[in-house]
Design a protein around this ligand. Structure first.
Ligand SMILES: [Zn+2]
Ligand SMILES: [Zn+2]
Length: 638
């Protein structure tokens, strides 16, 4: 029989060779880097044997797929360790997740941190024994019998829900699990792992069912990579925007007010309005018009737009005088009404309506998280209404705007193109036209992109842009979505050069996306130490004695007059205490004012890094700070 590598050499081999042998024949180095393989596109174990002609591709551990296989194998190892150490504990499920894995256990006594250390120790022992992961395929009835004997009622329940006659099991050492696989060949492949936490989790995520104990862990190909990851987690904790948001007095989320509802405190509100002001300027420069829609609109309009049908579960409703209103989860509908308010000629197009629009979307309480998942948020939203010919050009304009904004904040980003989902409205031609326009624009700007099949919005394909923060984490920010259906539903038209009425195309787009999420990302990216142009407080004056309060006020006044953001700490606290507080607030400039400065009419500001600027004239400092306060537009010299 004939085996071949994907786009590579081919060989004749005897049927019955294992995948590992076949790869070796084809010249693949079979060290621990290769953990599984794809045979004719399907992931399988290296120990599987080949009976027919096959095209092979090794799955390396340093790929998302390889990592997932390795981590999932580690979850089996953990389950074996738990069963060894805690007889009678039942196992539920144990998948790989982003950056790790978990396994759910049914145990009377919750696990303690000391238990985790013991489990880790046991895992190391089992890994050192290099036990094989052995796959077995058996009739479902036999598997049910087997797990019944083992007392594994959750596995029995899972099996009863499987609609197949045959199922696969994986054994390593004393442990057997119901699993599709594939797995690494043996536990010796699992060298660098760490158990990271414990939490309660309902069986099948259903609160009416038993509460299980979930142990989280992570695993990496090497110890060095694991350590690097654990450092990043520590750093992420240090930068957590929920903690920094409180410490820097930016915002709070109060159970009393409602989950997922953000309350901006003075510095947070200032930071947000700085970003909004900057965005308004930027959009006006790029030919957008500012508009504002109401917070709620009649329910029949939401029926017309398709939201009632496709988005109702995420919407809030209210009623007055017998009229039901839907609180807006998106800003589009009012923008359609503005367009429709009079006859439009092709000469007016494209129209670009920009709104800093606040929306409400219901999210289950379980998924809410700080500023990144909330129920009320504000988008830097715009709808571009244009002729079909203009679509590509407009997408290019948005891509350029995104590039500019990301350069200003200093973020790199990745691009994804999401195509038609199963549940969607619109014709095939419309989807093709829109997808082509998006693709062409990405190609024209030489932007590498990743295709997400079937992940578009229900009304059209989209480009998603994910920024990368200082810790390398990706965050959704901009999206550009093509929409042929909303103009159809609202019967939007324009009069063409031919004097006939035509249907325009609509683009929904945001650049920063949810301002709440973006603020959360900014806080973590800068670890709260915002650059001068963004810092809600740019300088703080710390008078040493009451004698210099007047002088400090005078300096503050001069700075404020120059549009600089300054605070003054007149509290009767020690200087040491005030300095410590200003440092925790991560204010770019701290200005200690004493008799000497008051006499000479100078100041000696200190930077966050400890550098001190001695005896500056106030005007000199004002000019320096004004220079640093300018928005760092790319290509502009500061
Ligand atoms: Zn498995
Ligand atoms: Zn929209």
């Amino acid at each position: 029989m004939r085996i071949a590598l994907d786009n590579g050499p081919a060989r004749e081999v005897e049927p019955g060779v294992t995948v590992a042998q076949a790869l070796k024949e084809l010249g693949v180095a079979m060290d621990h880097e290769v953990v599984a393989a794809k045979v004719n596109g399907h992931p399988v174990d290296l120990t599987a044997s080949l009976a027919h002609d096959a095209t092979l591709a090794p799955i390396e551990v340093h790929t998302p797929e390889g990592l997932e296989i390795m981590r999932h194998s580690t979850s089996h190892l953990m389950a074996e360790a738990v069963r060894d150490l805690f007889p009678g504990v039942k196992v539920a499920i144990g998948p790989a997740i982003e950056a790790g894995f978990y396994y759910d256990f049914d145990t009377k006594e919750p696990f303690t941190p000391e238990d985790l250390a013991r489990i880790e120790g046991k895992m190391a022992e089992l890994a050192a024994r290099d036990l094989f992961f052995v796959r077995e395929e058996i009739p479902k009835d036999e598997a049910i019998q087997l797990f019944k004997e083992e007392g594994e009622t959750y596995k029995v329940e899972l099996l009863e829900g499987i609609d197949q006659d045959e199922v696969s099991l994986y054994r390593q050492g004393s442990f057997v699990d119901l699993c599709r696989g594939p797995h690494v060949p043996s536990t010796g492949y699992l060298q660098a792992f760490k158990l990271t936490g414990i939490s309660g989790a309902y069986w099948r995520g259903d609160e009416r069912l038993p509460m299980l104990q979930r142990i989280y862990g992570t695993a990496f190909p090497t110890q060095a990579e694991l350590e690097r990851h654990l450092e990043l987690i520590e750093e992420a904790k240090r930068r957590d925007h929920r903690r920094l948001g409180r410490e820097l007095e930016l915002f709070s989320i109060e159970e009393e007010a409602g989950a997922g509802l953000v309350i901006y405190h003075p510095k947070g509100a200032l930071l947000r309005s700085l970003i909004e002001d900057f965005e308004r300027q930027l959009h006006l420069k790029r030919g957008y018009q500012m508009v504002m829609g109401p917070q709620m609109l009649r329910a029949d309009l939401w029926a017309k737009s398709g939201h009632m049908e496709n988005y109702k579960d995420h919407m809030y409703f209210t009623e007055a005088e017998g009229q039901v209103y839907g609180i807006k989860p998106m800003n589009c509908v009012a923008h359609m009404l503005i367009y429709k308010s009079r006859v439009r000629s092709y000469r007016e197009l494209p129209l670009r309506y920009f709104e800093i629009g606040t929306v409400l979307r219901h999210e289950r309480s379980g998924v809410l998280h700080g500023l990144t998942r909330v129920r009320q948020f504000t988008q830097d939203d715009a709808h571009i209404i244009c002729t079909p010919d203009q679509v590509e050009q407009e997408i290019l304009g948005v891509l350029d705007l995104v590039a500019e904004v990301m350069a200003i904040f200093g973020f790199e980003y990745e691009v994804e193109l999401s195509t038609r989902p199963e549940k969607s409205i619109g014709t095939d031609e419309e989807w093709d036209l829109a997808t082509t326009a998006l693709t062409n624009a990405l190609e024209a700007r030489n932007l590498p992109y990743h295709i997400c099949e079937g992940e578009g919005a229900f009304y059209g394909p989209k480009i998603d842009i994910k920024l990368k923060d200082a810790l390398g984490r990706a965050w959704q920010c901009a999206t550009i979505q093509c929409d042929f259906t909303l103009p159809e539903r609202f019967a939007l038209t324009y009069v063409g050069a031919d004097g006939e009425r035509h249907r325009p195309v609509m683009l929904h787009r945001v650049v920063l996306g949810s301002l709440e999420r973006f603020l959360g990302v900014l806080v973590e990216h800068f670890a709260g130490a915002f650059p001068v142009w963004l810092a809600p407080v740019q300088a703080i004056l710390l008078p040493i004695t009451d004698r210099v309060h007047d002088y400090a006020q005078e300096v503050a006044q001069k700075l404020r007059a120059a549009d600089l953001r300054v605070e003054i700490d007149l509290r009767p606290e020690t200087l040491r205490y005030k300095i410590r507080e200003a440092q925790l607030q991560k204010i770019p400039y701290m200005i200690v004012v004493g008799d000497r400065e008051a006499e000479k009419s100078t100041i000696s500001p200190r930077l966050r890094d400890g550098t001190e600027l001695k005896d500056l004239e106030i005007d000199t400092f004002v000019n320096r700070l004004k220079q640093e306060s300018r928005i760092p537009f790319p290509g502009e010299n500061i």
